[in-house]
Ligand binder design. Sequence first.
Ligand SMILES: NC(=O)c1ccc[n+]([C@@H]2O[C@H](COP(=O)([O-])OP(=O)(O)OC[C@H]3O[C@@H](n4cnc5c(N)ncnc54)[C@H](OP(=O)(O)O)[C@@H]3O)[C@@H](O)[C@H]2O)c1
Length: 382
Amino acid sequence: MSNLKAALLGYGTVGRALHRLILEHAPQIEFSGAFVRNANRPSNGLPLTVRAADLLDDTTLSIVFEAMGGLHPAFELVSTALKRGLKVVTANKELIAKKGAELSALGGSLYFDAAVGGAIPIVSTMRGALASVPITEASGVLNGTTNYILTQMPEMDFDAALRDAQQKGYAETDPSADVDGLDAVYKISILASLAQGQWVDPADVLCHGIREVNLELMAEAQRRNCAVKLLARYRADELSVLPTLVPQDSPLASLHGVLNGAFLSGPTFGDLFLSGPGAGGEATATAMLGDALNNGSAYRLPTAQAQIDRQEWTARWLIAGRLRPGESLPLETLAIAGAVIEEAMEGSIVASMSALSFLGKFEELRGLPCWEQPPAFARFLS
Ligand SMILES: NC(=O)c1ccc[n+]([C@@H]2O[C@H](COP(=O)([O-])OP(=O)(O)OC[C@H]3O[C@@H](n4cnc5c(N)ncnc54)[C@H](OP(=O)(O)O)[C@@H]3O)[C@@H](O)[C@H]2O)c1
């Protein structure tokens, strides 16, 4: 018997999967229709409309599911629903990362477990079971596309691994949001906001993607018994998305292919590790349905915007490329910037220095004429 009337914004990969899931498993939810751009196509009996007001003006509505993506018109439509006191369930990480502060001030109730880690209940664990205790660290592999590419890479170079990911449907034709780290930036901004109880601006995340990762770096990582992962990390003094060397005995290293996983840490509960499918229509819809049926009594959202201090943390960095015959490593360039060089041999360097100085210097280092294969970097996990 239906007792929750719902509107669906978007009927693509996630919207279609959600419709199917609710028909099969949640008869108490009844969809009035879905808002799309093109309404002339099959929709398994669900009315499609190009006018959002057809759905949102219904005074008997209880829930709005947003599965459109992008900032506009998702922001305006979700705002309208929240101002009316409705429950909104969204999978849209960009919307929550950029507009979470504004949306959470509007009233209604806002749920977004599906925006980070697909079916993995990272957000709902932070907002539910861990809502009353400090969370000092959130770190993980939050982007399946880059993890697939890095998992393939010891056997093939970046370009071949990217093509493979595109052929399998794991990467978009334009892969920049994934490989340059933006998708992971949105996700770690959301986790950081929940952990510190203040909305974090995604522009404050120190980010470098995996586009430059080369086989030399992969070989150096293997030699050190490490895997290379694009790690998103929040700690008191750090907010970053960076290529990272993860020891093979860490659960993070065992995340293969498109799997995602994250550690949540705090003084009262130690380390929790959550992992599973981080994307896909059905997995994402599963998280949205869970949110829809959650009564949310323990769920609180931050109310203020965070002021992030500049990130002056220091790390150890591995740099690996291939020198031209007769050339030597440009150690001076790093030393001048304050690096402490720990190792230097053939095409690889291990150096300690502050994150901001390192990222500033790396581009210059990469552009030097001594390289036959320009270097890539990964920081050591500490
Ligand atoms: N796919 C995943 O595995 C996954 C995983 C986690 C989170 N998410 C998030 O879920 C959301 C949806 O992703 P998706 O993969 O389902 O996207 P999608 O397949 O591209 O579907 C988007 C849907 O929204 C509709 N839409 C987009 N812009 C619109 C506009 N301006 N006006 C009206 N309708 C509009 C589209 O309508 P038309 O069909 O008429 O074009 C389409 O039905 C995104 O926020 C994404 O980040 C996706």
